[in-house]
Design a protein around this ligand. Structure first.
Ligand SMILES: [Ca+2]
Length: 569
């Protein structure tokens, strides 16, 4: 009887045909002001068009790292309850027996694709997945987690022109087509390919009933930054005034666009670095061109989003499509050349950092800490950190019946899955902790979180908690001191004035909420001497040693055989 009702419900559901298509576009390591509509100098006309037609979220937060953000985005759950508390590359392997620390997306945490399919959605994904433990846990790949057609990379990043790994952790970038290991086409360029492949999936099923859910997860703007030369050439002169000037320009543009309050002070985040004028000419030129590659790569990605929009328009699909565009964390400030294991590894690869060909095939480009800090403008810090520069990123939602404007109240990564299930089914799925933004999309501008609700966040030992207008935050060494500070984000969104001693009662209340968050979600306190780069080195050796194990065993067997033969003689 129950089954009958379920079938009836499902068929009724598929009859209620006007459900919107949903396009979820995730950009990797994009700063708050990297998109034109948020104050960028980079050409992003297609995303700006969607932002102009839809709603801009100027106070949206995610986690500071790729994989946890992606898992939270797709499930609406806290990162400690889904198997991805931190990127698996830096997770101490001893933690894998702890519930919530499995290192891959556990089956109990349903993905949006699994939740949308029973409602008649056709489900597709292209691009970076990063939730299957580097391809080792195949049950956690998107093809086995609700996506009908997929072409994905199950790693923290990869080359944009080939299957080369960008880190010693991976021998080759682990690519999968519909759950099976696969190769890349000859003329592969990541952003173009993900869009082509997505168009192909939609087109193949265009006669089939039902809306589609398409998740395009770009490699842009993750390192190595790479893009065809003509895009870089457009921006060659743009960054010649350096990072201080870029940060200031972005801040002013963000104020003008209504993304940041004009009177709010900001942290002097760049003062601890070398002055731009004091750099060697050669280094400066290299950095200016690296930043141009960054800009070109984003411009190219936007161009391919434009092609996707054109396809939808040409096939009468655009008007009933909701676009959600966001980033998984703030800008990448890591300089890989600071790490000896990377320096040794890169010399064994085809990669080069030659000025002439920066951004082209086999070129390894990154913007470095100072430009990353500028691209998080006007905020402090960048990827991996719990200050606003690491976790406050762009969010644009546009589509049918979505009212234009800017939503300035706090919103959070887990709200997206809640919103999608609410739009599709009229309710937020039980597993989710996020709030629905449905009323906000319809024009309501009230806060969705009340003053006594808290949102806790812990990733790789760095922590934050939001409650009402306040936020507490702490970052571990080497960039932090592991001391909690408290900021009033309403009056001081730039996090310039620590109020922990000014309002000790409020500070204590937020600390207690954090303790409760740790307790409820089973957060493991990492050892004091934990350092992510050391852990990645250990995990790299553990992962790669298995590749050489069969050869080692073969040599031992041949050696033993030879020894026995010799003894028999
Ligand atoms: Ca990322």
């Amino acid at each position: 009887m129950r089954k009958f009702f379920l079938i009836l419900l499902l068929s009724l559901d598929s009859l209620g045909t006007n459900k919107p298509n949903i396009v979820l576009i995730l950009i990797d390591d994009l700063g708050l002001t990297d998109i034109g509509a948020f104050g960028s100098e980079i050409d992003t006309p297609n995303m700006d068009m969607l932002a102009g037609e839809g709603l801009i979220f100027s106070n949206y937060h995610t986690s500071p790292e790729c994989a946890p953000s992606r898992a939270m985005l797709l499930t609406g759950m806290d990162n400690h309850n889904i198997g991805i508390p931190m990127i698996p590359e830096v997770m101490p392997r001893s933690l894998r027996n702890t519930p919530g620390y499995e290192g891959y997306l556990i089956p109990e945490a349903l993905t949006l694709a699994e939740l949308l399919r029973p409602h008649g959605y056709k489900t597709y994904m292209t691009g970076k997945w990063h939730l299957g433990f580097g391809g080792e846990e195949t049950a956690a790949l998107p093809h086995n987690r609700g996506f009908a057609k997929t072409f994905i990379l199950d790693a923290t990043g990869g080359d944009n022109y080939s299957n080369h790994s960008y880190l010693p952790y991976y021998a080759k970038a682990p690519w999968f087509k519909n759950g099976e290991p696969t190769t890349l086409p000859e003329d592969f360029y990541s952003s173009r390919f993900f869009v082509d492949e997505m168009i192909r999936y939609i087109n193949e099923d265009i006669e089939k009933e039902g809306p589609f859910f398409s998740y395009i997860s770009f490699q842009a703007q993750h390192i190595p930054l790479q893009v065809p030369k003509e895009y870089t050439d457009k921006y060659l002169d743009l960054y010649r005034n350096g990072w201080v000037s870029l940060r200031e320009d972005r801040k002013n543009a963000a104020i003008e666009k209504g993304i940041f309050a004009s009177e709010a002070p900001i942290v002097d985040s760049l003062k601890k670095y070398d002055a731009w004028e004091d750099l060697e000419d050669e280094d400066r030129a290299h950095m200016v061109k690296s930043a141009a590659v960054f800009a070109g790569m984003l411009n190219a990605m936007d161009y391919h989003i434009g092609r996707f929009i054109d396809y939808l328009k040409a096939n009468d699909l655009y008007d009933n499509t909701i676009f959600i565009i966001t980033s998984d964390n703030g800008p990448e400030g890591n300089d890989p050349s600071d790490h000896e294991i990377w320096n040794q590894w890169i010399s064994t690869t085809n990669y080069n950092t030659n000025y002439e060909t920066l951004g082209e095939e086999n070129s390894y480009v990154y913007i470095g800490t100072e430009f990353a800090q500028a691209m998080a403008s006007p905020h402090h810090m960048y990827k991996f950190h719990m200050n606003e520069g690491g976790i406050k990123v762009p969010l644009i939602i546009s589509g049918p019946n979505i009212k234009q404007g800017i939503y300035r109240e706090f919103s959070y990564v887990t709200d997206i899955a809640s919103t999608i299930t609410d739009i599709v089914s009229g309710q937020i799925h039980d597993q989710m902790i996020g709030k629905s933004l449905k009323n906000i999309l319809a024009g309501n501008r009230a806060p969705i979180y009340s003053d006594d609700e808290y949102i806790g966040l812990e990733v790789t030992g760095n922590s934050a908690l939001f409650k009402g207008r306040y936020k507490i935050v702490r970052n571990r060494p080497p960039s932090g001191d592991n001391v909690w500070r408290m900021f009033d984000l309403k009056d001081d969104p730039g996090e310039t004035k620590d109020l922990s001693k000014t309002y000790p009662d409020i500070f204590q209340d937020l600390l207690s909420s954090y303790d409760e968050y740790v307790e409820v979600n089973g957060v493991v306190e990492l050892p004091e001497d934990y350092f992510w780069a050391d852990e990645m080195q250990v995990n790299t050796i553990k992962r790669r040693v298995y590749e050489y194990l069969p050869w080692g065993l073969l040599i031992i067997v041949i050696g033993l055989g030879a020894f026995i033969l010799y003894r028999r003689k």
